[in-house]
Design a protein around this ligand. Sequence first.
Ligand code: DGY
Length: 469
Amino acid sequence: MVAQAERRVRTRSWRQNAEDLVAQAASILRRNDTGDWTRAAPSLYPHQWSWDSAVIAIGLAHLDTCRAAQELRTLFAHQWKTGKVPHIVFNPKAPPHSYYPGAEHWACAASSPDAPPAPPYTSCLCQPPVHAIAALRIWEAAGREDEKARAAATSFLREIYPKLLAWHRYLATFRDPEQSGLVTIYHPWASGTDNSPRWDGALAAVEVGEMFTYPRYDLQHVDDPSERPASAEYDRYLWLVKLIKRAGCDEGAIYRSHPFLVKDVLFSAILVAANEALLEIAEVVEAPDEERELVVVWAGRGRQGLEKCWDEKHNMCLDYDLRADRPLRGRTVAGFAPLIAGGQSPQRLAALLGELGSPTFAGHPELRWPLPPSTSPQDRGFHPRSYWRGPTWPVVNWLLWWSLRQAGETGLAERIRRAALDQIISGGFAEYFEPFTGEPLGSNSQSWTAAVVLDWLLSDSLREPGMAA
Ligand code: DGY
């Protein structure tokens, strides 16, 4: 099937392929659109996911800046009083038995005094904060349209700015009481990289108590169960949810009692980049100086925190297990966190780029495309088909591409963009890909895969001559 698609693709020009991709990506986002927000995927993820939505808004910005703004507006309508943006807003119209744990399981979160009005219910976790980056990109895209679009986007920034500030303040305080600059997560789902080997050490120490039986609806949406996290991982995920519920979703109580408490370098790096975007937004909306100074402090502290997690031996950043008081060793794409945070010294940048292109990651000789697997094939936790244990993720390629461009590494960024697009041209809009064969895995018609394709092909400086949006 993939070979047949590749033959067809080879006979067509890059420009024709690119035009088809744009049309297909736009159609996926239309089909997954519920009106005000977009399903992360048609059946596997029938709800609104936080970081998916932010990336989706970046893609939508190329089609309709007002609709892109609405994506974030809808998500932030469910922000908690603490400033937390929930990782899932549950869709009351999702088909029964489509996702677990769903609204019924998380309904308890609504009894927290900090929760937003429900229904719709939300989870009480959160996910990496790509939102300020998305909001800024919507405004930039609107600026390329006309005066009216720019005015609407500026008023959107005025509306969303205080919410973004509250979100980042939540992460800088509740999620970093140590003021280390690093965000603490209390569930692997919050990292967005659920079953990555980066969490194996910390999860191994979680003793699962008496467990109830639960359904694995996720498995009915993929061809092969090995593409999804294993049962032992799910037991731990659900046990941790049980403990979070037992703590009443109270941040302080969770911090005191929870067995899984980890400083996440990828989350923290995205927050640094998002704080830089927030500063630009603050400029547009003429925010008070004290607020801008605060954001500068958060960004600086974040970079210092990441610096402390640098591991000379592996040329990467390592997550930190607060419970065991030790770094979590694992060679995963999260280790490139400083690249995403930006502002690195030439030496550090060279070390990161060297590692990225080495046989440990994108330079591995057997890869179908020179794109970094989510986990290095040299890591003992590597599994080429299992979710974040090895497959290549378009959204990660996008994050790296975006960061490399910010760092002025346009040549490498372009090679990643071309390879990532070739992967999608041949395998479709999959959630993730087997790195050696290029087989599409997980969900198909994944919204954020469509969104990054639009950004790759419709960003002004990259558009093929004559190609329409
Ligand atoms: C899932 O259900 O796979 C999600 O990653 C949890 O947010």
